[in-house]
Design a protein around this ligand. Structure first.
Ligand code: AP5
Length: 234
């Protein structure tokens, strides 16, 4: 282990990238390794749906169609989720320029500057194949992939032995719409963050780092840790 330890209290990341690029997979790994909480807007919305809340009911049709849930609902939800936190890994937020502006205002008010934006890059064919072969444990959120990371027994979680499910939006048709939504509404965030400088305390120059999402999962993690100069990397 390096002599310098990760600045755990100050890891404040955005995971940016298209559906299936590996944002959630990497956010979970970094959460476990560095202790900053993964905040996944998709997971929070799915929880609202399964609990039948007003937000869940409102979000359902947008999610199933591969469209974005309206900004005002997401921003209000995230203000609650971020309250009282000093470190976090934002997985799936912000997703529009309006959401990014609201996040900037919130973080400025809390005096919590971002420490990095990780942009995942992968080709369309891989992304559609990945989400179409993803299986999830609805109880724990653990994610598998029938091709790249299968459970020991198909359809069964390795750890709790319960059934795995496929998300309603994880089919090739809806995945294609989600990719179009990403290009139209979320990809502009690359320009939004591209010219921002890295935090003063870091060795990097830019806030945004690009990673090749086509590499194996462990390789992607190693690249993020090294490119973000998160100290304490093995
Ligand atoms: P959300 O749940 O956020 O879905 P998404 O952004 O489309 O992202 P995914 O979860 O599909 O992909 P991921 O990049 O996390 O990939 P993963 O790591 O799982 O959002 C769902 C919906 O909620 C949206 O469509 C929208 O309606 C709504 N919503 C959410 N946030 C919103 C917001 N801010 N504003 C408005 N609406 C919002 O990996 C995918 C698969 O690939 C897995 O099976 C995994 O095992 C595998 N895999 C991962 N990495 C690798 C690798 N390196 N090599 C091989 N396989 C890999």
């Amino acid at each position: 282990m390096n002599a310098v330890q990760p600045a755990l209290a100050t890891l404040r990341l955005i995971m940016l990238g298209p559906p299936g690029a590996g944002k959630g997979t990497q956010a979970k790994i970094l959460e476990k390794r560095f202790g900053a909480a993964q905040i996944s807007t998709g997971d929070i919305l799915r929880r609202h749906r399964s609990e039948g809340t007003a937000l869940g009911k409102e979000a359902q049709a947008f999610m199933d169609a591969g469209a974005l849930v309206p900004d005002e609902l997401i921003v209000a939800m995230m203000a609650v989720e971020l309250a009282g936190r000093r470190s976090f890994i934002l997985d799936g937020f912000p997703r529009t320029v309006a959401q990014a502006g609201a996040l900037d205002a919130l973080l400025e008010r809390l005096q919590l500057p971002l420490t990095g934006v990780v942009l995942f890059e992968a080709d369309r064919e891989t992304l559609i194949r990945r989400v179409s072969s993803r299986w999830t444990n609805p109880r724990s959120g653990r994610v598998y992939n029938a091709e790249s990371h299968p459970p020991r027994v198909a359809g069964i979680d390795d750890e709790d032995g319960g059934p795995l499910v496929q998300r309603p939006d994880d089919n090739p048709e809806t995945a294609a719409v989600r990719l179009e939504t990403y290009e139209a509404q979320t990809a502009p965030l690359v320009s939004y963050y591209r010219s921002r400088p890295a935090p003063v305390a870091s060795d990097r120059t830019a806030l945004l780092v690009r990673v090749d999402g086509l590499q194996p999962i462990a390789h992607v993690t190693a690249t993020i840790v090294s490119d973000l100069a998160i100290a304490g990397a093995a």
